[in-house]
Design a protein around this ligand. Structure first.
Ligand SMILES: Cc1cc2nc3c(=O)[nH]c(=O)nc-3n(C[C@H](O)[C@H](O)[C@H](O)COP(=O)(O)OP(=O)(O)OC[C@H]3O[C@@H](n4cnc5c(N)ncnc54)[C@H](O)[C@@H]3O)c2cc1C
Ligand code: SF4
Length: 321
């Protein structure tokens, strides 16, 4: 024992490979929360390299075959959580039944990343902020922030909360389509409206996963919709979204418009198309989006582009119908 000197407890790290959901949950239970699941690893690995992951253990879900299925049943398309975005864009049924998903998946990252990036991992991509998604030395040089080990938010300069942005492009498309997510945890399997997954908390980004939850699949209603998608980013070839808008209008003229990349959770605006004027869209977006200056593109420009996309969607849907 090193008397009188600081002593750090050394915890061994482990990388656990599983082949069934039951096995994953059993291993999770043994690790008492000190783990992260990994699927394609395209988000998690970056966080690990930037020393933003506190957990010591990793449970690799990639070998679970039952999460790799795409099927149609009961008027819904079911997409397994481990389907990669590359598989999604080339899947004949997805292309035929729900082309909005293909457009959204094609806008994510790069073709090489999409070969590993999964649908489940995309829905759970961690919120981003220019002051947080940096190396440890960069973060400590500015005094860190609430989401790390600092005591103020570097964007707004208070300790009132974190405004990191949800950047999942697939979430925007799935929410516009009215999708549900099926999660299995230590208490069993349950289906939820996808919007319930997002907490709106910049630090603890997701709900429904507290009990070691694993996303099994996403279920999307198959119905005739007029869909629309736009994504703003600094470099078309690579960057995360600065603002994504996905919209779907069904034959009863019910509209679902989802804005992401500008607030702590995806923002859904929905209603009868005839009651959603441009002014009403702007009013609801203004009320629901908590956009702050934590992206590569300037705040004023992102706000203006959010309204510009909403207007562009409104003009296009009224030209079509
Ligand atoms: C250069 C670059 C550009 C990128 N651009 C974009 C972009 O434009 N848009 C975008 O949306 N994303 C982007 N990403 C992020 C990422 O590549 C994608 O979101 C990807 O789909 C994440 O999937 P994954 O399987 O790699 O997730 P992983 O990294 O494996 O996991 C992500 C998170 O999900 C959890 N997880 C994964 N699967 C499950 C499951 N089935 N159940 C429970 N938890 C699970 C993990 O624990 C982790 O917290 C980019 C990444 C990079 C490196
Ligand atoms: S919004 Fe503020 S608290 Fe949240 S990650 Fe960025 S700087 Fe940190």
């Amino acid at each position: 024992m090193m008397e009188g000197s600081a002593r750090e407890e050394i915890v061994e790290r482990s990388y656990v490979v599983v082949t069934t959901v039951e096995e994953a949950l059993a291993r999770a239970r043994e690790l008492h929360g000190d783990f992260q699941y990994i699927a394609g690893g395209t988000d998690l690995e970056v966080y690990r390299r930037q020393e933003l992951i506190a957990e010591h253990h990793v449970i690799d879900l990639a070998g679970i075959k039952e999460l790799r299925d795409v099927s149609v049943a009961g008027g819904e398309l079911s997409i397994g959580a481990l389907i990669t975005l590359d598989e999604l864009v080339s899947h004949a049924v997805v292309k035929d039944k729900i082309p909005l998903l293909v457009t959204a998946a094609r806008s994510v990252a790069t073709p090489v990343i999409r070969k590993s990036a999964t649908v489940g991992g995309n829905l759970l991509v961690k919120n981003r902020c220019t002051f947080y998604n940096q190396s440890e030395s960069w973060r400590s040089s500015i005094g860190s922030c609430l989401r790390d080990d600092g005591d103020i938010c570097q964007v707004v300069g208070t300790d009132a909360g974190c405004y990191s942005r949800n950047v999942s492009d697939m979430a925007a498309a799935f929410i516009a389509l009215g999708a549900s997510v099926v999660i299995r945890d230590l208490d069993g399997e349950k289906r939820h409206d996808l919007t319930a997954l997002y907490s709106g908390d910049g630090i603890r980004n997701h709900n429904l996963l507290e009990n070691d939850g694993i996303i099994l699949r996403v279920e999307v209603p198959i119905k005739r919709v007029t869909s629309w998608y736009r994504k703003l980013r600094l470099r078309e070839s690579l960057d995360f979204t600065s603002c994504t808008v996905a919209a779907a209008v069904d034959e009863e003229r019910h509209a679902r418009v989802c804005i992401n990349g500008v607030s702590m959770a995806p923002v859904l605006i929905e209603g009868d198309l005839d009651e959603l004027s441009k002014e009403e869209l702007h009013r609801r977006a203004r009320r629901k989006c908590q956009t702050v200056d934590n992206d590569l593109l300037p705040l004023k420009y992102r706000r203006e582009m959010t309204y510009a996309y909403l207007d562009e969607w409104w003009d296009s849907i009224h030209a079509d119908t």
